[in-house]
Design a protein around this ligand. Structure first.
Ligand code: 2P0
Length: 361
C-alpha cells in the first residue's frame, strides 16, 4: 500500500499549512508520484515596478518595494506525472485549456530547462480571495507555482533563487517569496535580479483597505501597459529617476517605522505611475470615475485629520493605507460615499510555504 507522507522542503519557512489542505494531498491516478503544495500570498507595491529593460528575463528598470498581504493567497499543488501523455492545469477545481493554461505550461517548461528536469505534470491551483476584493494578482500565483515546482522536484534552492524563478513567471511574484515588506533588487542579469526581505515581521501599524470600485476588465494588461510606456513615453526616464529616489526614501521610512512618510511616498509613486500612463503614445489610464471619487475621499479624510493614503495598481481599484485606530473611520466614510464599492481589510501576510508530498512503500 502506498502512503503519502509530508516532509519539509529546505526552502520552507515554518508556518501553518492549513491553507494547503484545501487541495488534495493524494496522488492522482497517474501515480507513482512526486508532488508538492505551496502557498504564497499576494503583495501590493508601495513603490511600483512599471517597466522592463529585458522582457524575457523580466528585468525591471527600477527597484520596487511591497507589502505582502494576509487576505489573498494562492495554494498550488504540482505533481510530476511520469506516465501521463500531456499536462494538466486545474484552476479553482476546473481543468483549463486556454491562455492561462498555456502561460503556466510555458513557464513550467522554462523552469524544467533551467534545472535540467523533465516530465509531464499536473498543476492544481486555488486562489483564496475574499469575496470581490479586487485584489487578484499574478504575484501569489507564480510564487506558489515556483515553490510547488521546486518542492516536487526536490530542488534545494535558496529563497533568492526561488525569487528569481518566480520573477520569470511574473515580475511582481518575486516579492511574494517573503512576508512583511520586501524589495526587488533590479539587477543587470538573471542572477542579480531577485527580491530580498526588508522586514518579514514589521512592527509597523500599517493596514490596507482594498476598495473595489469597478469590476470592468482593464483596458490594457500590465505587461502591455508597461511595455508601451517604456517604448513610447518621453517621460519614462523621469519615472525611472523618481522611482529610484522614492525607493531610497521608502527604505528609510520603513526603518523609522514612519507611517506618514510611508503613506506619502507610496501615494506619490502611485500617482507618478498613473500619470506616466497618460503620457504613453497612445496614452491610457486604468482610472474609472469612481477611482477618482475614492481618491478624493482619502484626500478629504486626511485633510480633516484622519490620516490615510492611497495606492493603485494596474486597475481601477484603490488600496488605502491606514493605521489601526483609523480603520473604522475610513471604512465608514468610504462606505457612505461609495456605497457600491466592496471593501476588504488586510494586514501583513507571511512568506511562501512549501510542503513536499513524497511516497513511501
Ligand atoms: C507592481 N504591478 O509593482 C506593479 C504596479 C502593477 C502595478 O507588477 O509583466 O503582473 O507579468 O512581469 O508582475 C503587475 O505586473 O507584470 C505589477 P509582468 P506583473 O506590483
Amino acid at each position: 500500500m502506498t502512503t503519502v507522507v509530508r516532509e519539509c522542503v529546505p526552502i520552507s519557512e515554518a508556518r501553518s499549512q492549513s491553507a494547503a489542505t484545501t487541495i488534495s494531498s493524494h496522488p492522482s491516478r497517474h501515480s507513482s508520484i512526486r508532488a508538492a503544495i505551496a502557498t504564497a500570498h499576494a503583495n501590493i507595491a508601495l513603490i511600483k515596478y512599471w517597466g522592463k529593460k529585458d522582457t524575457l528575463l523580466r528585468l525591471p528598470f527600477t527597484p520596487s518595494i511591497s507589502m505582502t498581504v494576509d487576505q489573498l493567497y494562492t495554494t498550488t499543488r504540482f505533481e510530476i506525472l511520469p506516465s501521463a501523455d500531456h499536462n494538466f492545469f486545474v484552476l479553482g477545481g476546473e481543468e483549463q485549456s486556454g491562455a492561462a493554461a498555456q502561460r503556466a505550461f510555458d513557464y513550467v517548461r522554462l523552469l524544467q530547462q533551467r534545472f535540467g528536469v523533465s516530465g509531464h505534470f499536473r498543476i492544481e491551483t486555488v486562489n483564496h480571495v475574499p469575496m470581490s476584493a479586487g485584489l487578484a494578482s499574478s504575484s501569489s500565483a507564480f510564487a506558489a507555482l515556483a515553490g510547488a515546482f521546486a518542492g516536487a522536484y526536490g530542488l534545494h534552492v535558496s529563497r533568492a533563487e526561488l525569487s528569481r524563478m518566480a520573477r520569470l513567471g511574473s515580475g511582481s511574484a518575486c516579492r511574494s517569496i517573503y512576508g512583511g515588506l520586501s524589495e526587488w533588487l533590479p539587477g543587470t542579469d538573471d542572477h542579480s535580479s531577485y527580491a530580498i526581505a526588508l522586514n518579514e515581521h514589521p512592527d509597523i501599524d500599517l493596514n490596507l483597505i482594498a476598495v473595489q470600485v469597478d469590476v470592468s476588465p482593464k483596458p490594457i494588461s500590465s505587461t502591455q501597459g508597461m511595455a508601451r510606456v517604456v517604448a513610447t513615453s518621453p517621460y519614462f526616464p523621469v519615472w525611472v529617476q523618481q522611482t529610484r529616489k522614492a525607493c531610497a526614501q521608502m527604505r528609510e521610512a520603513i526603518q523609522r517605522k514612519d507611517f506618514s512618510a510611508i503613506g506619502q511616498i507610496a501615494q506619490q509613486n502611485a500617482l507618478d505611475m498613473h500619470a506616466l500612463n497618460l503620457t504613453a503614445r497612445p496614452g491610457f489610464t486604468y482610472f474609472q470615475p469612481d477611482t477618482i471619487r475614492a481618491m478624493r475621499v482619502v484626500d478629504d479624510l486626511r485633510a480633516s485629520g484622519v490620516e490615510c493614503y492611497y495606492t493603485m495598481d494596474a486597475g481601477s481599484n484603490l488600496k488605502v493605507l491606514v493605521q489601526s485606530g483609523n480603520v473604522s473611520a475610513v471604512t465608514h466614510r468610504l462606505s457612505h460615499d461609495l456605497p457600491h464599492a466592496m471593501l476588504t481589510r488586510a494586514g501583513f501576510g507571511p512568506g511562501i510555504s512549501v510542503s513536499r508530498l513524497g511516497e513511501k512503500e
